[in-house]
Design a protein. Structure first.
Length: 335
């Protein structure tokens, strides 16, 4: 028999193996489950008895086109329960609808509380939809062990020397968020969205920590390194063929031998890091709040991401742009 779908810069290093936690239970939610990193995370979950008691909610833009996710689900062990959920993050109404349905299932007891919410989907809908999804799903988080994992990028920090060769932040004018129509606009906008997500780590954690009910929920950030990503194949010939199919895989293979925590990484290894951040309780502790990691190393995010005044401004704008209402979230200090 097959799987059972329910429906269609510090240098402190965290140990690599195994994921030190009692047999994890609850619901594991991940966006971008059809991408390179997302589908690799799903494959690790569904193919291991260590996670067989967890219920997976694997979110993709188009269920019928989720070929990478389906390939990963082919490795599912008997008894693993999961849902493949269609979610277009460009539509906030859709985000609200999906989150509401999950909340209803958790409240009704047909779905266990969310143990881990991994914000992984990239590019077009990186920040605002993820912020809204998180705010609405707080109702369904495991209030003792729940973790929200933000997938970050070195690109969020214009001063990070690891991406200096890309030249996207070479000029001083690109070191702050601004309108951009130049050739590197896509990468800079992606980086700006990642910066917003990293700011969210600290602001959301402060608000959770002071909440009388949600104070044990943890928000963490992970830089998974540069990987060969499916989304890069939509670019020009240089990006889609040479960089994605030749350079990145080769660089990741070499880097994994010479510098395990280097800029380029094998996707499967980064997927293991995602699960560790989401579920590890021994090396990270029971409640690792506002922790940022680069692979397995505790890391310091960019100076701008740690600016509390800017974090507050971003939060207030997020409330405004999503038109969040008090009835949509259980967070006491939501506005």
């Amino acid at each position: 028999m097959g799987p059972t779908p329910a429906s269609t810069a510090s240098t402190t290093t965290v140990a690599e193996n195994p994921i030190n936690a009692s047999v994890p239970s609850g619901t594991f939610v991940i966006t971008g489950a059809n991408g390179g990193l997302g589908s690799a995370v799903v494959e690790l979950i569904v193919s291991s008895s260590e996670f067989s008691s967890m219920h997976g909610i694997y979110m993709v833009r188009e269920v019928d086109a989720a070929t990478a996710l389906n390939a990963s689900l082919n490795h599912a062990k008997q008894g693993h329960r999961y849902d493949v959920v269609g979610l277009d993050l460009s539509k906030l109404a859709g985000v609200r609808d999906v989150a509401k349905k999950i909340n209803e299932r958790v409240a009704g007891g047909s779905l266990p509380p969310i143990r881990a919410l991994v914000l992984n989907a990239a590019f077009q809908c990186n920040y605002l939809a993820h912020w809204l999804l998180t705010m609405v799903l707080l109702q369904s988080m495991d209030r003792e062990h729940g973790r929200i994992v933000v997938i970050s990028s070195a690109g969020h920090d214009p001063n990070d020397t690891r991406h200096a060769g890309m030249g996207i932040f070479k000029e001083e004018r690109w070191r702050t968020i601004r309108d951009d129509t130049t050739g590197a606009a896509g990468m800079r906008r992606y980086s700006a969205a990642k910066l917003c997500l990293v700011m969210m780590i600290y602001e959301l954690q402060r608000r959770l920590s002071s909440d009388p009910v949600l104070s044990s929920i943890c928000v963490l950030g992970l830089d998974p390194g540069a990987m060969s990503k499916e989304i890069l194949r939509r670019g020009n010939f240089l990006m889609s063929v040479f960089v994605t199919r030749i350079f990145l895989p080769f660089a990741a293979m070499v880097s994994s031998k010479l510098a395990p925590e280097g800029f380029f990484r094998i996707t499967r290894k980064s997927a293991k890091h995602v699960l560790r951040v989401a579920l590890d309780t021994e090396t990270l502790g029971e409640h690792p709040q506002a922790v940022y990691l680069n692979g397995t190393k505790r890391w310091e995010s960019s100076a701008e991401s740690r600016d509390e005044k800017k974090q507050m401004m971003l939060w207030q704008d997020s409330v405004k742009y999503t038109k969040l209402k008090a009835s949509e979230t259980v967070l006491s200090s939501w506005n």
